[in-house]
Every structure is written in structure tokens, then in C-alpha cells.
Design a protein around this ligand. Structure first.
Ligand code: ADP
Length: 397
């Protein structure tokens, strides 16, 4: 049984075909520049050569049709017909307050995605285009939505309410939602398995440290708190996003620089974070190189990033009245040995002891704390596509 997983951006589309009998990736690929000149599909069948298609793709429907052609191609394909694809799983970013679980697509679901366009203006319209493209190219095939916000919907009111007039929550659903939910769900589940922890009671903190970064606290896989908010701007310092900030900073800078709130938000999303502090790059590899060459702002950016993560781990340990496991994931969490070590150096008070030899690794699923560490610290590569495929299978089999 094979599941096609689709993640649509406004001009891009990532896909994986996963064989659920052994959870292996049969083929994966990326379509770029949809609706723009120079559209390109890069298809990678497992164990075969890469296959590139360059031809105009005016919209997502054309792109999906070409993905299906590539999957069925006589030479580069991996299936004989789309009958071998049992269902399609889609990542949808914002489900507002409508959905706290994955769901099979129907008109109500599509309406909810549309209702959330203003909450997820960059992603939701593209996500819906992907679903509608699949419906038109593969009529009758079941589509499943896995929401990035679903994991955070388990938060209690005390964690999700902003302390602003309650009417904004009532009128506009302004509250904390959290993102990277699929990753937090997957990694917290894997942490429970790897640490041999109680599936119902385990207190787990997941540090999803990528270009976008967020952290979550969960008990028995149910989210207690997570650092992103109404939008992905809140919380940790990220590649280009500021994370937490005194909102008055916005007014102050707008007045000084003569810019409006939209421009300010653009700066907070795209020009801030470790890029903003260091002035070097949003990529941790570049910033670490600059620090090694004596760049003080690069060092300050890395220290501020590390400090913010450690501060959240402390807060989330308090929120759960304890922690059994801390798991690192995503680009920085999986690959940046020094940053993992630097974060854990703050955690001596929790009885965290890192095994430097075990930590000296990239992208491997393993324990990185010593056997006598009071909290189990782990490296768990995230796999959002597999998480979406598992949800799709669960809802359609
Ligand atoms: P996103 O999915 O949010 O775009 P990723 O999870 O793919 O981001 O993370 C990408 C980031 O991971 C890069 O910008 C870089 O900062 C970091 N990264 C990747 N490899 C390494 C490495 N070897 N050392 C340090 N950081 C790394």
C-alpha cells in the first residue's frame, strides 16, 4: 500500500511516495517555479537516477499531473498506475480552531482551509491548490489533511490565551496555535519509544531547531505548550525570525524609521533572528565559521539563540513539573553538535549529562546523554512526510 504525501508552497510542491508496508520512500521529488518562467520537476526514484522535467507549469494542477506522469514513467517510474496509490496526504499549515486532528477532505474541510486564509496567508491558499489539483487529476482518490496546528490544539486555555481583550479571541480566534505540529507529534512519539518511556505519562520536550525553530512540551504525546503563536513568529530566535519581542519595539522602530507595521513585520520575519544579530547569514554553518574567525556579532547571535532555547526548556520543565526526555531535531538540532552541547550546558540543574562521544554525530537517531543522566537527551531526525503518511493510512485504511 502506497501513500503519496504532498507539501505545496505558493510556487513549489514537494512530494514523497511512501510504501507503508515497510515505511520506505519509493520516490520523492520537488517541483519549483510553478506559475513562473523556468518551471522544473526533479524526480528521484529510490535506487534509480534522478529525472528532470523542464516545461511550463502554469498551475499546481499541471504540476501534479506531471508528478503522476513521472511516478508512472516507463523508465523512471515506480508504479504502473495511480491505482497503486491508495490515498494522498497533504500538509496544511493552519487549521484555526476548526480541527485538532487530521481529517479526510470534504467540502467542510476545504471551507475551513479557506476560512483560515488570513491566519496562514502564505501557505493555506497553496495547500488548498494542491488538494484541488489532486482531486481533479485523481478523481475519487481520498485526500487527507494533516494540520501543522493540530498538535498545539491540545494546549489548555492558560497556555493558548494572549493577555489581550478577550473579544479578539472570540471575534477573530486570536490565540496561540503553534506550528511544526507534525514534527513535534512525530518526534515526541519517537522519543517515548527510544527512551522506553511511559506512553501516557512521559514528559517530553522537543526542540525543533531548523531555519524556523520551535519547542514543545508534551505529556504522553499531548501538547502542553509550544513556542510559536498565532503565527510562526513567536518563541525561539530563528534563522531570520526574531521570536519573542516586546511589541512596543515595533512602534518605536516604525516611528524612528518611518516605516509601517507591514514593513516592520517583514523585518521581524525575514531580516531578524541570527541573521539580524550576526549580519552574516541565517545559516548556522556560516555563523559558526564567522565566530571561529573572531566575528563578535556572530558569537552573540549563537549565544542568544542557545540561551533562548535553554530558557524555554526551563520554562517547559516548570510547566510540566518535570521532564523525562529532551529531543533535538531539524537542521540545526540534528546537525549542529556544538549548539546541542551549548544548550545542554545550561541544564546541569536538571541532572542532564551529555555523552560527548555520542553527541559527536549528525542526523542519527540515538541517545546523546550518559546512562546516569537524570533526563534522557536524544537526537531524533524528524520525518514529517512519514508522519503525514501514517496519519493518511490511519484515516483511509
Ligand atoms: P527549515 O525546514 O526550517 O527550512 P531545516 O530544518 O532544513 O530548516 O534546517 C536548515 C538549517 O539547518 C540551515 O539553515 C542551517 O542553519 C542548519 N544546518 C544544516 N546543517 C548544519 C550543520 N552541519 N551544522 C550546523 N547547522 C546546520
Amino acid at each position: 500500500m502506497k501513500i503519496l504525501v504532498i507539501n505545496c508552497g505558493s510556487s513549489s510542491l514537494k512530494y514523497q511516495l511512501i510504501d507503508m508496508d515497510n515505511e520506505s520512500v519509493v520516490a520523492k521529488g520537488l517541483v519549483e517555479r510553478i506559475g513562473i518562467e523556468g518551471s522544473i520537476l526533479t524526480h528521484q526514484p529510490a535506487g534509480k537516477d534522478k529525472f528532470i522535467v523542464k516545461q511550463p507549469m502554469e498551475d499546481h494542477k499541471v504540476a501534479i499531473a506531471l508528478v503522476l506522469d513521472a511516478l508512472q514513467d516507463a523508465e523512471h517510474g515506480v508504479v504502473k498506475s495511480t491505482d497503486e496509490i491508495s490515498a494522498v496526504g497533504h500538509r496544511v499549515v493552519h487549521g484555526g480552531t476548526y480541527y485538532s486532528e487530521s481529517v479526510v477532505v470534504d467540502d467542510e474541510v476545504k471551507k475551513a482551509i479557506r476560512e483560515c486564509f488570513d491566519l496562514g496567508p502564505l501557505h493555506n491558499p497553496a495547500n488548498l491548490m494542491g488538494i484541488e489539483a489532486c482531486e481533479s487529476v485523481m478523481p475519487g482518490k481520498k485526500n487527507v489533511v494533516v494540520w501543522d496546528t493540530a498538535f498545539g490544539m491540545a494546549m489548555q486555555e492558560k497556555a493558548y490565551l494572549y493577555a489581550i481583550p478577550y473579544e479578539y479571541y472570540e471575534k477573530y480566534s486570536v490565540r496561540r496555535y503553534g506550528f511544526h505540529g507534525t514534527s513535534h507529534m512525530f518526534v515526541s512519539g519517537e522519543a517515548i519509544k527510544l527512551g522506553n518511556l511511559d506512553p501516557k505519562m512521559a514528559k517530553v520536550i522537543v526542540c525543533h531547531l531548523g531555519n524556523g525553530a520551535s519547542i514543545s512540551a508534551s505529556i504522553g504525546g499531548k501538547c502542553v505548550d509550544t513556542s510559536m503563536g498565532l503565527t510562526p513568529l513567536e518563541g525561539l530566535i530563528m534563522g531570520t525570525r526574531s521570536g519573542d519581542l516586546d511589541p512596543a519595539v515595533c512602534q518605536f522602530i516604525c516611528n524612528k524609521e518611518g516605516i509601517d507595521i507591514n514593513e516592520m513585520l517583514n523585518i521581524l520575519n525575514k531580516k531578524s533572528g541570527v541573521l539580524g544579530i550576526s549580519g552574516v547569514s541565517s545559516d548556522f554553518r556560516d555563523i559558526e565559521t564567522a565566530r571561529a574567525e573572531g566575528n563578535k556579532r556572530a558569537a552573540a547571535a549563537l549565544e542568544a539563540f542557545t540561551y533562548r532555547v535553554a530558557k524555554y526548556i526551563g520554562a517547559y520543565t516548570a510547566a510540566m513539573n518535570g521532564v523525562d526526555a529532551i529531543a533535538f531535531t531539524a537542521g540545526v538540532g540534528e546537525n549542529d553538535i556544538k549548539t546541542r552541547k551549548a544548550i545542554c550546558e545550561y541544564l546541569g540543574y536538571l541532572g542532564v549529562v551529555i555523552d560527548d562521544a555520542a553527541n559527536d554525530v549528525r542526523g542519527d537517531r540515538r541517545m546523546i546523554s550518559t546512562p546516569d543522566s537524570k533526563v534522557k537527551v536524544m537526537l531524533i531526525p524528524t520525518n514529517e512526510e512519514l508522519a503525514i503518511a501514517r496519519e493518511t493510512l490511519r484515516l483511509t485504511k
